[in-house]
Write a protein that binds this ligand. Structure first.
Ligand SMILES: *Cc1c(COP(=O)(O)O)cnc(C)c1O
Ligand code: SF4
Length: 316
C-alpha cells in the first residue's frame, strides 16, 4: 500500500503535533490521515487512530477474548456450532488504538499458521459449519486474486452456504472497493446463498462522501447484504444521540445496524473502556430513540472465549 504514515517523524511532520512515545505501532493511509487532520485533536477520528499517553498503562489483558482456545486447523476459530471465523491475514488498513488484538497485531502470524489444506479438511469433516466469516486483521488486505482462491475453495465445499466479510475498508480506504472487486464478488454471489459484508464503523464522522460511494458500489453486488459493527468507546461514541445518528445514517445507506460491541479489557486501550452499567444506560437510551430495526445488538465477549452475550444481561 503506498502513501501511509507510520514513523514517528512522518506523524509529527504531517500532523504538526508532538505525539507521546508508546509501545504500539501507528499506521494511517494518507487519504484518511487528511480527514483526521481536518477533524483535529479533539475529534473522534484523532482519538481512535493517533497515539496517546494513556496507552502506556499496564492495566488490561493481552488476549482478552482467548482466541487461541478455539483455534482449529491453524486458521479457523470455531466457537459456534454452525459458523467459523476464517483468519487469512493479521494485517489491517489502519491501526485502531482500541483494537482488541493490539498486543498481537503485526507480530506476523504469531498464533495463526497458514495451513489452508487443513482448513478445507476440517470443513469437510464438520458439515454443520455453513458459514465462513472472513476476519483477521482485515480480509480486504488480501489481493483480489488471493480472495478468489479462497472463495473458489469455499464454494466447492457443499456445506458452505454463507460468506461474511468483516472489514473497515469502506471507512479507511474506500477506493479498495473498486470495479474489479465488485465484479469479483458479483461472480461469487451466485455461488453462495448469501454474502454479508459487515462494515466496522464507530462514529458518524466516519461517514464521508467516499464512504457512501464505496457502499453504493457494494450495494450493486447481487445477493449481498451490508451489516454494521461498532465498538462502544469512551469519549468517542458513548452518547445515545451520537450513536442514534450513526445508526440512522447507516440504515439510510442500506447497512443494517448489527453489533454494538462492549469494549474488551485490552492492555494499552483501557482508556476506551466503560463499565457494563454505563454501557447499558447508553444502550437503553438508544433503544428509546431508535426503532427496533435500526437498533444494533449490544454484546459483550464472555471470559475465556465463551462467546458473545447480550451486554444488558449484566445489568443488576
Ligand atoms: C462473533 C463471532 C461469530 C459470529 O457470530 P454471529 O452470532 O453469527 O454474528 C462467529 N465466531 C466467533 C468466534 C465470533 O466471535
Ligand atoms: S480494523 Fe479491527 S483488527 Fe484492525 S486494528 Fe482496527 S480494530 Fe484491530
Amino acid at each position: 500500500m503506498t502513501g501511509a504514515l507510520k514513523s514517528p517523524k512522518s506523524l509529527k511532520d504531517f500532523f504538526e503535533y508532538d505525539f507521546p512515545e508508546t509501545p504500539y505501532p501507528t499506521f494511517i493511509p494518507l487519504g484518511f490521515a487528511k480527514k483526521i487532520k481536518e477533524a483535529g485533536p479533539e475529534s473522534s477520528l484523532w482519538k481512535q487512530f493517533l497515539p496517546s499517553e494513556l496507552e502506556n498503562s499496564n492495566d488490561g489483558l493481552e488476549d482478552p477474548i482467548a482466541d487461541e482456545k478455539y483455534l482449529v486447523a491453524g486458521q479457523l476459530i470455531h466457537r459456534y456450532h454452525n459458523r467459523a471465523l476464517f483468519l487469512p491475514t493479521s494485517k489491517c488498513p489502519i491501526v485502531c488504538r482500541y483494537c482488541f488484538r493490539k498486543n498481537e497485531l503485526y507480530e506476523q502470524n504469531r498464533i495463526f499458521d497458514v495451513q489452508f489444506d487443513k482448513v478445507l479438511q476440517y470443513l469437510h469433516a464438520n458439515e454443520q459449519i455453513n458459514e465462513i466469516i472472513f476476519t483477521g486483521g482485515d480480509p480486504l488486505m488480501l489481493s483480489d486474486e488471493k480472495l478468489k482462491t479462497y472463495l473458489d475453495s469455499f464454494s466447492n465445499v457443499a456445506s458452505i452456504k454463507y460468506i461474511r466479510i468483516h472489514t473497515r475498508f469502506p471507512v479507511i480506504l474506500p477506493e479498495r472497493i473498486d470495479e474489479k472487486f465488485v465484479e469479483l464478488m458479483s461472480n461469487y454471489s451466485q455461488r453462495f446463498s448469501q454474502i454479508n459484508v459487515a462494515i466496522h464503523v464507530n462514529h458518524k464522522d466516519e461517514i464521508t462522501e467516499e464512504f457512501k460511494e464505496s457502499v453504493a458500489r457494494l450495494k450493486s453486488i447481487p445477493k449481498l447484504d451490508m451489516l454494521s459493527q461498532s465498538v462502544l468507546l469512551k469519549d468517542i461514541n458513548d452518547c445515545p444521540n451520537s450513536l442514534a445518528s450513526l445508526m440512522t445514517q447507516l440504515s439510510e445507506l442500506g447497512i443494517r445496524p448489527y453489533y454494538l460491541h462492549h469494549p474488551d479489557s485490552v492492555k494499552g486501550a483501557t482508556h476506551f473502556q466503560l463499565s457494563l452499567e454505563e454501557g447499558s444506560d447508553i444502550y437503553l437510551k438508544l433503544r428509546r430513540i431508535l426503532p427496533g430495526w435500526q437498533l444494533p445488538h449490544y454484546v459483550v465477549e464472555q471470559a475465556e472465549g465463551k462467546g458473545k452475550i447480550p451486554a444488558t444481561n449484566f445489568r443488576a
